[in-house]
Design a protein around this ligand. Structure first.
Ligand code: CMC
Length: 429
């Protein structure tokens, strides 16, 4: 990390402030304004943090113009093809690929910690069957801190909590689904690996044998890898912000789950399917729908398109489009929603509205169609995203707490309200 260059800022009163320039390993440049207010009284204003780096981080490199995404230096394409989700989780959290021994131990620990406290089953019973599973899983993750109170101690060894969380979120997610459809909860099976065990808990029933399909297992592995980290996105920044107050791991991750839920972030995969179903049911053509998007009729957006950072293509969407064709062909699924999605993509990519605004399919455009083909219900899509993003959130939380320069996250503001005025008694208003 070089720190040689300097930028100069001239303020309205003519005062000049010198600001150091920070250069990252991939030659990304930033003007370091950390002393700006102390030296000048000025702050910066950047709504939506379009230009603001909140931290230095060694976890994920992303170049939105080139469509590059790397975890700890490894290209997403290589990891999706050659690795699996457990190994990628280890990589993100520990900063290196595991040796054979490390990978085995990590996997064994995840297997051993998959059960949740039996009392927690009562919580599932307390939610109405119509509850959105994101509400259930966020509450359950917060509740884990009550079952492991040593997690509240900031000097505790956090590695056991990391293992528990990685293992148990999978169980919690599957239990939330089973409860919502009124089926008995299926306990995890230690003979299965991470993704196979998840499929077992989701789709097995006590009255029948269930065999995990290797194709489905591979698809889930790849989907989770593609979602595993994405540097300082809305939910990850939330995890860091909440964690910066000293909040425990479970509380910080629960906050990230809630930030992910919104339709502009992880909730977009559900929103894409709802949009496609809406087009199908309403009988309007997809071309008319695109016209409505372009004229911003009722603030309609083409869900699954556009990204704050990717302005050329989303490398995850490229992998997913191919995977979508393969999975559907393998399962013999013919999904009319896929036809609508493909036609819309084709037209949108040639349309000046989308070209000029640099709007391309993102990770959520095709993932929902794959989840549907795998038999995962629509309201569980964002839960799948959360399951995938979990190691990334954990890696960022850990990086933040281990960084001696971390400070509580506390942005400033420009106040635009009333100037000083004095209280008026109610009978005089
Ligand atoms: N459909 C139609 N117009 C769009 C879309 C879209 N999907 N996305 C952006 N625009 C337009 C927007 O109306 C604006 O137009 P104008 O300049 O005329 O006001 C312009 O493009 C810039 O949009 P923005 O909202 O200022 O851009 P942003 O960087 O703040 O938002 C985004 C990024 C992802 C929230 C946005 O593109 C969007 O809402 N996409 C649909 C939701 C979605 O798919 N989200 C998943 C993102 S990928 C998963 C993840 O990592 O969370």
């Amino acid at each position: 990390m070089a720190e040689k260059q300097e930028a100069k800022l001239t303020l309205p009163d003519g005062k000049e402030v010198k600001l150091p320039v920070i250069v990252g390993t991939e030659d990304e440049h930033a003007v370091d304004i950390s002393k700006l207010r102390a030296e000048s009284g000025y702050i910066t204003l950047d709504t939506g943090f379009m230009n603001t780096g909140s931290t230095k981080s060694a976890i994920t490199y992303l170049d939105g113009e080139q469509g590059i995404l790397r975890y700890r230096g490894y290209p997403i394409e290589e990891l999706a093809e050659k690795s699996n989700f457990v190994e990628v989780s280890y990589l993100l959290i520990n900063g290196k690929l595991p040796t054979e021994r490390e990978r085995k131990d990590f996997g064994t620990n995840l297997t051993r910690h998959s059960l949740i406290h039996e009392d927690m089953h009562n919580f599932f019973a307390g939610f109405p069957p119509t509850s959105h599973p994101m509400a259930v899983i966020s509450a359950m993750v917060t509740s884990l801190s009550a079952y492991y109170p040593d997690s509240l101690d900031r000097d505790t060894d956090v590695s056991i909590h990391i293992t528990r969380l990685l293992s148990k979120l999978r169980t919690i997610a599957a239990f939330a689904y089973k409860k919502s459809i009124g089926q008995p909860l299926m306990y995890p099976k230690n003979s299965l690996n991470y993704c196979g065990n998840f499929l077992h808990m989701m789709f097995a029933v006590p009255s029948e044998d269930y065999e995990v399909s290797p194709i489905l297992e591979k698809a889930v592995n790849q989907l989770l890898i593609l979602h595993a980290d994405h540097e300082q996105n809305c939910s990850t920044s939330t995890v860091r912000m909440v964690g910066s107050s000293g909040a425990n791991l479970y509380a910080s991750i629960a906050a990230g789950i809630l930030a992910l839920w919104g339709p502009l972030h992880g909730g977009a995969n559900q929103a894409v399917i709802e949009m496609l179903e809406g087009i199908q049911k309403s009988g309007i053509s997809y071309k008319q729908f695109l016209e409505d998007v372009k004229s911003k009729k009722d603030n309609t957006r083409l869900m699954g398109f556009g990204h704050r950072v990717y302005k050329n293509f989303d490398p995850r969407a490229k992998i997913l489009k191919k995977m979508c064709d393969e999975v559907l062909a393998h399962l013999g699924v013919n999904d009319p929603l896929l036809d609508i999605a493909k036609s819309m993509e084709e037209v949108a990519l040639k349309d000046d509205y989308f070209i000029s605004k640099k709007l391309y399919p993102n990770v959520d455009f095709y993932s929902g169609i794959i989840y549907r083909a795998l038999g995962i219900p629509t309201n569980m899509f964002t839960v799948m995203f959360a399951l995938g993003r979990l190691p990334g959130w954990i890696a960022h939380w850990k990086e933040m707490v281990e960084d001696k320069d971390t400070k509580i996250g506390r942005p400033r503001q420009i106040y635009t309200g009333d100037k000083l005025r004095h209280y008026v008694p109610i009978d005089q208003r």
